[in-house]
Design a protein around this ligand. Structure first.
Ligand code: SF4
Ligand code: SF4
Length: 158
């Protein structure tokens, strides 16, 4: 660019107008972002979110306290104890502690579970201010949606 060309660009504010044109083009084009956290987009179908325990259609817990997930987990995330009620066919967990802060989301526990009781949810909002909030008890393993968020972020919300 020679001196005359530079002078021309300065006098007619060519660089500023070029920048403004880019800004205006993006301002009026279709938005690709959302105002998070007011709006939350669902993650992809195969996303691995926080692990949750599941119930059957009758609302009965699927977990039979076989401890296969505990044996498969290399991170020591589980602490499970089971008990068979008198006359019952299968055991039920009386203790099912799970540590999110140790989990690497490898999926081994999900693969070995014989009843599909433990599955990845699609919940990706896992922030908390207190590491102790990342330890879940049996009943807390069934929480989802806003109940789960209140459990996780109770301490960090105004
Ligand atoms: S996903 Fe992997 S690390 Fe996490 S609890 Fe399951 S087996 Fe353990
Ligand atoms: S979640 Fe599945 S693998 Fe783990 S104890 Fe329950 S039934 Fe067994």
């Amino acid at each position: 660019m020679n001196a005359l060309e530079r002078l021309f660009r300065k006098i007619f504010l060519v660089d500023i107008l070029t920048g403004l044109a880019v800004t205006l083009r993006y301002y009026f084009s279709k938005k690709v972002t959302v105002p998070y956290p007011e709006k939350v987009l669902p993650p992809p179908e195969r996303f691995r979110g926080i692990l949750r325990l599941c119930r059957n259609d009758q609302g009965e817990p699927l977990c039979i306290a076989c401890k296969a997930c505990q044996r498969a987990c290399g991170q020591g995330c589980f602490d499970i104890e089971g008990k068979r009620e008198e006359g019952a066919k299968a055991m039920k967990p009386v203790k099912f502690d799970w540590r999110l802060d140790r989990c690497s989301f490898c999926g081994l526990c999900v693969e070995v579970c014989p009843t599909a009781a433990i599955r990845f949810s699609r919940e990706f909002r896992l922030s908390t201010l207190d590491r102790r909030e990342l330890a879940f008890s049996h009943e807390e393993m069934y929480l989802e949606g806003e109940s789960l968020q209140n459990r996780l972020c109770g301490a960090c919300r105004p």
